[in-house]
Design a protein around this ligand. Structure first.
Ligand code: GLA
Length: 326
């Protein structure tokens, strides 16, 4: 048996740096992601380009780079009772790493789904998302929230996911047809290991005024965005995105001059809403445009960009069988 697992990246429409504060987020899973083509094996052996990671089936062994995620995910799943079955195969991505599109979350989700599939072990999507979140902390020491993993697992085509990261209550909010979603990559690379991400989290926990104010106002903006989407008031989204970006720039201080300039450039090129998305310190912006203008907005901004679609979350597909009886 071979197995193909797809784990999408995400674009957070609004609700940035609120997840680890138990706040609200509104991401979509996108049509850029990571594919794992694997077969069951005694050990774990995954190859991506020129790099291969080899571990015991329970994740034990020496791991570097992205192999640390594989090890940590296998260990977290083992603690949840996953039988120690390994896998062998390849990883291929259409999702750029470090671009603020949830690539490490998607990677962990794909590994988790593949490891669970070969061991015929089932987990609820949110239980799996939480295991992947813990793995990120365990493997690389980044205290990320649940946004990326939840979006990759729970995304739904044509809708955004409204998730309360405190209670984990969630529902899907249909997106209007008259909105195209664009992602523009600033090219500035962030690595949350060693970036200000963990500092911000500490400052928020210490109750620093401007950091707390960002989270409180951002939660309000998520509620207002959902209300606007539900009454079909697309025009209300521009000011909400603008206020979110300003708050991330001024109160939370996770934007950069490059991201600020890219937001301006997208608006000048005809987008009606734009803001930084993801952890910040580089990465991407998300912009909204009327569908007939979307290609033009892309063409008029020099950065690498995509028109993305709100897509279904991670899936697995059996793609064939090896020798043996059915
Ligand atoms: C990164 C983290 C997420 C979230 C965002 C900011 O993407 O992985 O958990 O905190 O930053 O909203």
């Amino acid at each position: 048996m071979t197995l193909s697992v797809w784990a999408p990246g995400r674009v957070n429409l609004i609700g940035e740096h609120t997840d680890y504060a138990g706040g609200l987020v509104l991401p979509i899973a996108i049509d850029l992601g990571i594919t794992f083509n694997v077969a069951p094996a005694e050990r774990i052996r995954l190859t991506s380009g020129a790099e291969t990671v080899e571990l015991r089936a329970n994740g034990a062994g020496k791991a570097n780079g992205w192999g640390r995620y594989v090890a940590a995910v296998a260990q977290e799943l083992g603690e949840l009772g996953r039988p120690s079955m390994g896998l062998e195969g390849t990883v291929e991505a259409t999702l750029p790493p470090g671009a603020g599109l949830g690539s490490s979350g998607a990677f962990a989700v794909g590994v988790a789904l593949a490891l669970c599939s070969v061991a015929e072990f089932e987990l609820e999507p949110l239980v799996m998302a939480l295991a992947c979140q813990r793995a990120e902390q365990r493997g690389v020491g980044v205290p990320s929230g649940i946004l990326d993993q939840a979006a990759s697992l729970l995304g739904r085509a044509g809708s955004a996911l409204l998730l309360d990261c405190g209670s984990l209550e969630h529902r899907w909010v249909p997106l209007p047809d008259e909105v195209s979603i664009l992602v523009l990559d600033s090219g500035e690379r962030h690595v949350h290991e060693g970036s200000g991400y963990a500092d911000r989290r500490r400052e928020l926990e210490a109750g620093v005024l401007r950091r707390v104010r960002h989270v409180e106002t951002e939660n309000e903006r998520v509620r207002a965005t959902v209300a606007a989407l539900e009454r079909g008031d697309v025009a209300a989204l521009g000011p909400l995105f603008a206020a979110s970006h300003a708050s991330l720039r001024d109160d939370y201080e996770v934007s950069t001059p490059t991201l600020d300039a890219l937001v301006e450039a997208a608006l000048e090129a005809g987008a009606f809403a734009a803001r930084m998305t993801g952890g910040g310190f580089g990465g991407s912006i998300v912009a909204l445009a009327e569908p007939w203008r979307a290609e033009d907005v892309l063409a008029r901004t020099p950065e690498r960009g995509w028109i993305v679609r709100a897509s279904d979350g991670a899936t697995r597909r059996r793609t064939g069988s090896t020798r043996g009886r059915a």
